[in-house]
Design a protein around this ligand. Sequence first.
Ligand code: ADP
Ligand code: ASP
Ligand code: MG
Length: 439
Amino acid sequence: MKIMKFGGTSVGKPQRMHEVATLITKDSEAKIVVLSALSGTTNSLVEIGNCLSVGNKKKATENINTLESHYRNFVRELLTNEEYVLKADTILNEHFEFLNIITKISFSDALSKDILAQGELMSTKLFSLYLEQQNIDHQYLPALEFMCIDEHEEPRLETISEKLKDILKEYSSKTIFITQGYICRNAKGEVDNLKRGGSDYTASLVAAAINASVCEIWTDIDGMHNNDPRIVEKTKAIEQLSFEEAAELAYFGAKILHPTCIWPAQQENVPVKLLNTMQPEAAGTVITKEAGSVGVKAVAAKDGITVIKIKSSRMLLAYGFLSKVFKVFEKYKTSIDMVTTSEVAVSVTIDNDQFLDLIIEELTPFGLIETESNQTIVSIVGNEIAQTKDVLKQLFDSIVSVPVTMVSYGGSAHNISLLIPADYKKQTLQLLNKGLFGL
Ligand code: ADP
Ligand code: ASP
Ligand code: MG
């Protein structure tokens, strides 16, 4: 059994949904099809939630109405049979009535998650209806019946696996299953989600849960590129990546993959393929245990980084200092991406400054604390790059004009990370494209 995940743009137009139906019926292998919301929908739902959270019901209602007319038009192009258009309208009535009711009751965090779930619920129900109209036999699987996270917001893979296997047993005659990406239930049993871009994570978790033959991520580009195609003009698709390389790229900003979506597939050794819905014949990128080749493969950039510098003469010759510093970050569940130390100073970077003030307060007794936000981590990722000849020289020669404020090298065999002010991101990625890839 395989997993086929289609992202927002892959289902964002009626024509694209028709093409997805063709893609999932191309071979006879049993499959679980994971769908995102139509492109733009989750952004609209976020906006609706934001309006309601500040009490702006009028703006929320306007946004709901705009979204509703988009869906009403969508189903009229998606479906040709009048009976099915009526069925689709009934589905839309249910979801938009729900959204409209929410504007009238008091807002909460739990409600905002309910709002966000509407996108994936609608896309899968409409797609299922289209398959029905086309007489394509399939089974609709509500993700909320098996996808779950624990009190730390971590997926409960064992439970997901048990529940999903039980459900699949019930439908042993079916070969096509349709389910939602992104949404899940939390430890309290409420509707929750796997964070933005989380449908990739769903796909990988489902792939691991059932030990799938492959986890195919279908999107709007022909695989992982060597650089960010939104910023750099000439980029090219990478044929093969190891799980480790793909995980580093995803974590350090390659938007094509959710930051933590690789580990479940890696844990169960399920190959991941990145494929293009608009160009299905393209080879795409294959992610497996093997890296395929040695050397630098790609660069990625992660924004919204804050650096915290702790200067302390007490650090000199003292043991246990770093451990005390790290405990503060652990206490506030704030993960550290980069660390550099000298005899009298340590600098760390974080990507979540929710508890920054409290962290600074607790670090102050250790020494002088300075922070700087609006930084970017640029990561150079590949296989055994630390051993690759001249890579450091090439790297620094190509970005002489960039003020690099931190470097992390040697921590992993797959990554060299640089910290730069966010304003230099575009320039750095462009220079690296020339310097490291000759593009
Ligand atoms: P989906 O809606 O299918 O999940 P996303 O928008 O989340 O698609 O991810 C695909 C997009 O990721 C591409 O259109 C591309 O602009 C962006 N992207 C950023 N970095 C990379 C990269 N290194 N390789 C490929 N795509 C990338
Ligand atoms: N629809 C969700 C989002 O836009 C999840 C996803 O598309 O992966 O973030
Ligand atoms: Mg995505």
